[in-house]
Every structure is written in C-alpha cells, then in structure tokens.
Write a protein that binds this ligand. Structure first.
Ligand SMILES: [Zn+2]
Length: 291
C-alpha cells in the first residue's frame, strides 16, 4: 500500500520531542496535531521543546493539548511509584482531545522495549483510540513507527511514505538543525545509512497485548538500567513486570468505564463533524445515548 491520497485529520503522539524527525515527510504532508508526553530532558539534560516548536512551525503542524507535560525524570518517578492513575488520565485526556479535533488517524511511537516511556506512550495512544472507538463507534486509524529499529521496514497494511532526494535533504536538514538530537541522529545514520530514511513506514499498531512479548524476554531498557545501577548512575530500575505492565492493565481496565471528558468533547456542539460522529453509523454506547 502506498501513502493514502485521502486527506485525513491526523495526530502525531510521541513520548519525546524529536521523534517527529523520523516521520518528517509524513508531517509535512499531513500537518498533524502534535502531542509529546515529556519535554525530552532525559535524565539530566534540558528541554527540547523549543526545537520541536520551531520544527512544527516550519512544517505547519499544530501543538496539541499534551505538549511536554512532564520532565522525563518525573515520568520515571510516576512509573516507579506505580502511579497508573496518571497514565489512565492521560489516555482519557488524549481521547477527548482526539474527539474534539475530529481526528481520524493517529500515528505514534511503537513498542520496542528500548525505552519504557516510548512503550507507555503507545499504551496511552492505544487506550485513547480504544476509548474513542468504544464511545463513538468511529473508525480511527492507528499507526506506529520505529524509533530504534530500522526505519525502512514495512509490513502488512503499512502506509509507506517515500521521499525523493529533495524531500530527504529537507528532512536531514531539519535533523541537523535539531542540535539536541545530534548524537542520536548521527548514530542512526551510521547504523542504517542515509537512504533508509528516504522511507517512512507507518505500521498498523498492534492492539492485542502489545507488551506481552516481554513476559518471556525482558526488554532492553531493563538491561540498560541494570548496567547503569552497576555504574552507580541509577539507583532504581524501571521493569516491565513491576512498572509497565501495571500501566497496560490499568488502561485496559479503564476502557469500559464512562469517559465524561470524551462525551463532553463530542457533545459541545462546536463542530458538525462531532455531531455526525454522535449520530452516525456505528454502535453508540449507553453513555452516549444518555448524554
Ligand atoms: Zn525517545
């Protein structure tokens, strides 16, 4: 399948500012509403939000309601402290924002076991899309892209955006201007080669137990954490079983509950398309019909 010709109302939802560089040409074409969970400050660095704001401005994408909500260290703390309620609330908030904007296609990080916040971001996106589908019966497309894995490997049902030389040069120039990401970008170019980034593969997001693969083999972020603890740089390790799986379970458990913010977003009468989502085809839930 090639890039869809139909204009979509899109959203890009990522864990960290800078991820948008991987899907730069898709962003140029679709002007998504952009959300990122953290400010990209990592363990000790400063916020990357100003670089992302500049990039979004250049390509005509808009900043969404969740934009660098937390420093990374606070997200690690929330995970370590078992504050699953915060992540459930984020899934609900995102669902309401997607409903309000009448989004019909969401793109975000994939689960790779590379960084726990990337994986949690995907759980939040899947939760938000499931809430939206459940409350409205609307079909919302849900795609993921790799941050750590090869960028040019597609699969069944993928949307593939191909870049010509001019588009690739624009993308690499944007990456060069994003100075806080320089080391990561150079490492990625060294690993996969320049031409790999001339293809942007959006794969349909895995929706069934997307993190369950880590039941058998621990994700890489645990091994990385163990190394850091040995080096004396970390004192605690974020683990799949203790910290990430509970988020997946809490979001799954919340899907059947009423989602007042989503209903309010849909019933405020601000757009006719929201109204049509309420009355259109699908399977409106009792929450919808009683509102
Ligand atoms: Zn990241």
């Amino acid at each position: 399948m090639t890039d869809s010709p139909k204009p979509l109302t899109t959203a890009l939802v990522v864990a960290h500012p800078g991820h948008e560089l991987l899907v730069y040409h898709w962003v140029e074409k679709h002007h998504p509403i952009y959300c990122c969970l953290t400010d990209g400050s990592g363990g000790w660095a400063t916020s990357r939000l100003s670089s992302t704001s500049r990039l979004l401005d250049t390509v005509g994408a808009s900043i969404g309601p969740i934009y660098g909500r937390y420093p990374d260290t606070l997200v690690y703390r929330l995970l370590l402290d078992g504050r699953v309620d915060v992540f459930v609330a984020l899934a609900r908030e995102l669902a309401a924002a997607l409903a309000q904007a009448d989004v019909d296609c969401v793109v975000g990080d994939a689960i790779e076991g590379f960084n726990p916040v990337h994986d949690v971001c995907r759980l939040i996106v899947n939760g938000a899309v499931a809430i939206l589908r459940g409350q409205t019966g609307r079909e919302v497309r849900n795609y993921e892209f790799l941050l750590d894995g090869p960028p040019d490997v597609d699969g069944p049902g993928s949307v593939v955006v191909r870049l010509d030389e001019t588009a690739l040069e624009r993308k690499l120039a944007a990456a060069r201007e994003y100075t806080e990401m320089r080391a990561e970008i150079e490492a990625a170019l060294g690993r996969y080669g320049r031409q790999a980034f001339a293809m942007e593969c959006l794969r349909p997001a895995a929706t069934t137990s997307p993190v369950s693969r880590f039941e058998q083999a621990p994700p890489d972020y645990e091994r990385y954490g163990e190394r850091r603890v040995k080096e004396g740089r970390y004192f605690e390790i974020i683990r799949y079983r203790d910290h990430v799986r509970p988020v997946a379970e809490a979001i799954a458990a919340a899907l059947d509950e009423p989602h007042q913010a989503v209903l309010e977003a849909l019933s405020d009468g601000s757009t006719t398309s929201s109204d049509s989502a309420l009355t259109g085809a699908g399977r409106p839930s009792s929450h919808l019909t009683s509102s």
